[in-house]
Design a protein around this ligand. Structure first.
Ligand SMILES: Cc1ncc(COP(=O)(O)O)c(C=O)c1O
Length: 455
C-alpha cells in the first residue's frame, strides 16, 4: 500500500503532483461532499441518537449560521471594536449578553469563546499561571481532556491535583478530597465532568476551598441547559467565581462557548474578558454568537420544560435498561440526576464492541471508561444521553421502547439490521423539533440553497 492510500484518510498523504484539477473534478468533489452530508442527515433522521454531548439546533438559530454575520470580524466588546461595520453585531451581542445574564441569573457573561475547550483555556489564562497547581477529577473518573496534561492544562503548563473519587456514588469523595486539598493547596479548583451523573459537592468543599484560598471554577459544558432550566446544581450560587461551558450539549445552541460569573471582583472579570480576547480568540464566530442569542431566548421560553423532560427521560431509560438486566451504574441513587447514564457492558462484550454493534443497529452512543476499568484501551461501558431524543419529543414511553431495542440486540440475538429497522420505525414518529420557536420543523433537514450540484 502506498503512503497516500495508507494514510491519506488521516490528512497526511503524499503531496499532490500539482494544484490543477481535471475538468469537472472539483465540481464532482463538491457534489460528493453534499451527497455525504445529506446521507449523514438521512442516517440521523432514522437513528436513535444517544450521544450525551450532542443536540439539535432550532430553525431560527440554524438560519443565523448561514447569515452574513458568518463573514465578519468584530474583535473586542460591543461599542469598543477594532473593526468598523459592527453596529448590528454590537446590538446582537449586547442582547446575547443580557440574555445570558438573565438565564443564569448572574452579573457577568462573555460569549466570545468559540467552544467549551476555548472557554476553559480562557479561564486558565485568566486565573492560573504556568506551574500552578489546579484541582480537578481524573479522566477515568469522568473528567474532560481539557484537564489532562495533553489537553488545556498541559498547554497552560498547570499541574493537576486530583480529587478522590467515590465510585459507588459517582461523585467526589468529600472527606478524602478535603485532606488532599489541605495538603497540596491548589490555587484553583475545577469542578465538571464529561460523564456527569450527579451534582458535585462544591458546597461541602467550600469551607476547605476558603481555608486554602482556592478559587472554584465550574465547567458546565455538559449540564449548561440543565442548570439554566433549574434541574441541576447552581454553581454560581455555590461559590464558583466562573462557569465555563459549551453551548451545544444540554443547552441546544450552536457549537460555541461561554463564560459566566456572578458578583466577581472587577479585576477577575477583567482577567476573564482578556482571557477570552485577546487570550484565546481573535474573531468570535459572529454567526454562532447570533444563534446563541436565539437559543438563549428559546431557553427563557421553553428551557424549563426541556431540562425537566431530559432528566426524566434519562432516569426512565436507566430504569428500563436496569429492568432488562443491564448493569446501569448507581441504581440505589436513581441512576442519574442529569441527562446522562452509564452502563457497564462487560457481559455484553465491552464498551467498544457494544457501541459499534449499537451503531450498526441505528443506535448512536459512545464507549466510555468507567471507574475500575483495568485498561484505558478497553472501556467497560457505554455513555448514553437523552438531550437529542428529548428535543424531538420522546418521553418516558419511548425510553422503554429504546431499552427493548437494546435488549433485543444485546441479549436476545436479534440482528443489527432487524433492530435498525425497528429503531427507524420508532424514530419515524419523532423527526421534528420541540422546545423552540417554529416547533414542528424538520429536525434533520438538509437546507439546499442552490438546488443543484455544480457541473
Ligand atoms: C466537561 C467538558 N468540558 C469541555 C468540553 C469541550 O467542549 P467543546 O467540545 O465545546 O470544546 C467537553 C466536551 O465534551 C466536556 O465534556
Amino acid at each position: 500500500m502506498g503512503a497516500e492510500s495508507s494514510s491519506g484518510n488521516r490528512g497526511v498523504g503524499e503531496p499532490p503532483a500539482g494544484v490543477g484539477a481535471a475538468p469537472g473534478e472539483m465540481a464532482q468533489t463538491v457534489g460528493r461532499v453534499r451527497e455525504l452530508v445529506r446521507a449523514h442527515s438521512a442516517r440521523f433522521e432514522r437513528a436513535i441518537p444517544l450521544i450525551a454531548s450532542e443536540n439539535l439546533l432550532s430553525p431560527y438559530a440554524k438560519e443565523l449560521l448561514i447569515s452574513d454575520f458568518h463573514s465578519r470580524y468584530a474583535e473586542g466588546l460591543p461599542g469598543e471594536r477594532y473593526y468598523e461595520g459592527n453596529e448590528q453585531v454590537d446590538e446582537v451581542e449586547t442582547l446575547c449578553l443580557a440574555l445570558a445574564r438573565r438565564v443564569f441569573r448572574c452579573s457577568f457573561a462573555d460569549v466570545r469563546p468559540t467552544s467549551g475547550t476555548v472557554a476553559n483555556l480562557a479561564v486558565l489564562k485568566a486565573l492560573a499561571e504556568p506551574g500552578d497547581l489546579v484541582g480537578t477529577s481524573r479522566l477515568a473518573d469522568g473528567a474532560h481532556i481539557s484537564s489532562a496534561a495533553f489537553g488545556a492544562f498541559g498547554l497552560r503548563g498547570v499541574k493537576p491535583v486530583y480529587y478522590a473519587w467515590d465510585p459507588a456514588r459517582m461523585t467526589i469523595d468529600v472527606a478524602r478530597t478535603r485532606e488532599i486539598l489541605k495538603a497540596v493547596r491548589p490555587k484553583l479548583c475545577l469542578f465538571g465532568l464529561s460523564l456527569f451523573l450527579f451534582p458535585l459537592p462544591i458546597d461541602e468543599l467550600r469551607p476547605t476551598l476558603e481555608e486554602i484560598g482556592a478559587k472554584a471554577w465550574f465547567d458546565a459544558a455538559h449540564v449548561l441547559g440543565l442548570i439554566a432550566g433549574g434541574e441541576f446544581q447552581d454553581p454560581l450560587r455555590e461559590g464558583c467565581v466562573v462557569m465555563s461551558a459549551s453551548t451545544h450539549k444540554t443547552h441546544p445552541g450552536p457549537q460555541h462557548g461561554i463564560l459566566l460569573g456572578d458578583g466577581g471582583d472587577p479585576e477577575t472579570v477583567k482577567r476573564l474578558q482578556s482571557g477570552a480576547f485577546p487570550g484565546v480568540t481573535s474573531n468570535h464566530h459572529l454567526n454562532a454568537m447570533a444563534a446563541l442569542a436565539v437559543s438563549l431566548a428559546e431557553q427563557v421560553e421553553f428551557g424549563h420544560d426541556y431540562a425537566h423532560q431530559t432528566v426524566a427521560n434519562a432516569r426512565a431509560l436507566a430504569q428500563a435498561l436496569h429492568d432488562k438486566g443491564f448493569d446501569v451504574l448507581a441504581p440505589e441513587l436513581g441512576f442519574t440526576r442529569s441527562h446522562t447514564i452509564a452502563v457497564r457492558v462487560e457481559k455484553e462484550g465491552g464498551g467498544e464492541p457494544v457501541a459499534k454493534r449499537l451503531a450498526d443497529a441505528g443506535i448512536i452512543s459512545n464507549k466510555n471508561l468507567l471507574p475500575g476499568d483495568r485498561s484505558p484501551k478497553h472501556p467497560g461501558g457505554v455513555r448514553l444521553g437523552t438531550p437529542e431524543v428529548t428535543r424531538v419529543g420522546m418521553r418516558e414511553a419511548e425510553m422503554g421502547r429504546i431499552a427493548e431495542l437494546f435488549d433485543d440486540l444485546l441479549h436476545r440475538g436479534r440482528s443489527p439490521a432487524e433492530v435498525a429497522a425497528a429503531a427507524a420505525e420508532l424514530k419515524s414518529g419523532f423527526t421534528t423539533l420541540r422546545y423552540c420557536f417554529a416547533a414542528g420543523e424538520a429536525a434533520y433537514r438538509y437546507y439546499d440553497l442552490v438546488g443543484r450540484d455544480p457541473s
